[in-house]
Design a protein around this ligand. Structure first.
Ligand SMILES: CC(C)(COP(=O)(O)OP(=O)(O)OC[C@H]1O[C@@H](n2cnc3c(N)ncnc32)[C@H](O)[C@@H]1OP(=O)(O)O)[C@@H](O)C(=O)NCCC(=O)NCCS
Length: 192
């Protein structure tokens, strides 16, 4: 049945072009490469990344993960970048996408040694500008456990307004957590 509403972002907008490198404020967001596997394995040994991302990663799994992004970009369901400063990986940031609805959901982590320097909010601001201005998305969402105070600060710094609390919404290793939903709508200015 034909929809009465046009796709906000037409199919093919991303999948028919190469995943871009995004540069902002000394940060370089670039696609993952096989050479990142040791960094990924190390990252997923960090207790905080395990705690909030609910997974670990072996070298074999990291290889599959790195290659999976080519297909996910081509099918326009998700995309992910390594966040580099001066050629060194500091973290990751990515989006789950519903292009037709103009919607994206953000996820990110920063390596333990790079925390507390504003890497995540700057990467989030850069990704948001690209998603709104270059892709044409309308609404970007970010969810974090209400116990993850650091992630709440990242959302606030990148002008993702707290919209709601989803009660008992995501099962973590220690049980069900309430989740904050932060949102940024196209046209809202970033202040990082
Ligand atoms: C949450 C996270 C992405 C923040 O990234 P970041 O680049 O350190 O972000 P910021 O530098 O803006 O710091 C954000 C907050 O983290 C806290 N923080 C500061 N230094 C820190 C450190 N060395 N270690 C941990 N947290 C720190 C502070 O509360 C800070 O807020 P403030 O600037 O108001 O004091 C990062 O801590 C992380 O990857 N944590 C583990 C995984 C995770 O939580 N992912 C998000 C899931 S929703």
């Amino acid at each position: 049945m034909p929809s009465l509403v046009e796709a906000v972002v037409p199919p093919g907008t991303l999948g028919e072009v190469a995943q871009p490198v995004i540069r902002s404020e000394g940060l370089v967001l670039r696609p993952w490469a096989e050479s990142d596997i040791p960094v990924l394995v190390g990252a997923y040994q960090d207790p905080d990344i395990q705690r909030w991302h609910l997974r670990m990663m072996t070298a074999g799994e990291a290889l599959v993960w790195v290659h999976s992004w080519t297909g996910r970009w081509a099918s326009e369901i998700a995309c992910d970048w390594a966040v580099e400063i001066e050629g060194k990986v500091h973290g990751r940031i990515g989006l789950r996408l519903k292009l037709g609805e103009g919607f994206g959901e953000v996820g990110y982590w920063v390596l333990p040694a790079a925390r507390g320097q504003g890497v995540a909010p700057k990467a989030l601001a850069a990704l948001s500008e690209w998603a709104f201005d270059e892709v044409g998305l309308h609404r970007l969402e970010l969810q974090h456990s209400t116990q993850n105070v650091s992630s709440c600060r990242v959302a606030e710094k990148a002008d993702y307004l707290l919209e709601s609390t989803r009660r008992s919404s995501l099962l973590h290793v220690d049980g069900w957590h309430d989740m904050h939903v932060h949102v940024r709508i196209a046209g809202a200015a970033a202040a990082v």
